[in-house]
Design a protein around this ligand. Structure first.
Ligand SMILES: Nc1ncnc2c1ncn2[C@@H]1O[C@H](COP(=O)(O)OP(=O)(O)OP(=O)(O)O)[C@@H](O)[C@H]1O
Ligand SMILES: [Mg+2]
Length: 285
């Protein structure tokens, strides 16, 4: 036992310098310059490609800029293909360029009627209402806001995760009809619109357009990846054929951009761990 402890200590003493080497010299070398651009926390300033889809989302909310009724829109398609990125981009620009209030809510996080309406009110600038306020009281606050302001674009991401989808849509559409200014709903979902559970009353009130996002093909993924390579890696460290290989592999399997970015990040990390000055095809795992 005693001997084991000694061995253990000497292991740590011997390796201490290299186990987590964070020295300036080690950070200056290597292929990766900033991993942050390859993580899901990074939001691109402008999505690469997807101009058509961005145009369609913008068209749906554009009437809000003239206080007219917008088109509600259901945005759908498989995972990792830019639905959230494009929706957030459009509503951010709507606020920046046209000063139309925009709200983004992830329904995974706020998946009940009262939590969603509470979050909506907080983002509209109301102080957090005390717990247990009735749905009617929350709705009348939303209506009050719409009577006093210009209208609002509300993006409900992960819409399929919402309990009571039908009630919430009905609630919001009722307010929409009564209030001075409109709400424009962007409902983002993995599910095909026919699988979203709205009763006929909500469905007919909603008068909704749909926008399908399709999986990325290899050239589209290549463009997205190249943009990230330029930001995240040192110049000249990622050969074009590495980007092409990742794009092809992912396009064949799912077209999921998240997976492509993870493959690129891991390839960069592997090249760095092995002290290479270029990423190679063998680093893709
Ligand atoms: N056109 C694009 N330009 C730049 N980055 C993109 C683009 N499309 C997707 N990405 C990146 O890919 C990742 C996944 O994109 P996003 O979250 O928008 O997918 P999603 O379609 O909303 O997926 P999910 O259905 O799982 O929510 C994000 O990190 C995003 O930055
Ligand atoms: Mg998403």
């Amino acid at each position: 036992m005693k001997q084991l402890v000694t061995t253990h200590n000497s292991y740590w003493e011997g390796k201490r310098k290299t186990l987590f080497d964070n020295s300036t010299s080690s950070r200056k070398k290597g292929v990766l310059r900033s991993e942050a651009y390859l993580t899901t926390h990074y939001t691109p300033e402008k999505p690469v490609g997807r101009e058509t889809e961005i145009g369609e989302i913008a068209e749906a909310v554009r009437p809000l800029t003239h206080r007219h009724d917008p088109n509600n829109l259901i945005i759908f398609g498989p995972a990792g293909i830019g639905k959230t990125t494009c929706t957030k981009y459009v509503i951010t620009e709507l606020e920046n360029q046209a000063s139309v209030k925009s709200v983004y809510i992830n329904c995974w996080q706020y998946n009940t009627r009262s939590s969603l309406l509470t979050e909506l009110l907080i983002q509209l600038g109301y102080p957090a209402p005390r717990k247990g306020k009735s749905i009617d009281a929350l709705l009348s606050k939303v209506r009050e806001w719409l009577d006093k302001n210009r209208g609002v674009a509300v993006a409900l991401d992960e819409f399929d995760q919402l309990d009571d989808q039908t009630k919430i849509i009905y609630d919001l559409q009722m307010i929409n009809e009564e209030a001075e200014n409109p709400i424009g709903l962007l409902m983002v979902s993995n599910q095909h619109p026919t699988r979203i559970t709205l009763d006929p009353r909500s469905q007919s009130r909603l008068s909704c357009k749909t926008l399908e996002f399709h999986s990325y093909n290899a050239p589209q993924l290549e463009n997205i990846l190249q943009d990230r390579v330029d930001k995240a890696f040192r110049p000249g460290t990622v050969p074009k054929k590495v980007v092409e290989q990742i794009a092809e592999t992912v396009a064949e399997n799912s077209g999921d951009c998240r997976k492509a970015l993870t493959l690129l990040l891991n390839a960069g990390r592997k090249a760095d761990q092995e002290g290479k000055n270029k990423v190679t095809i063998n680093d893709i795992q």
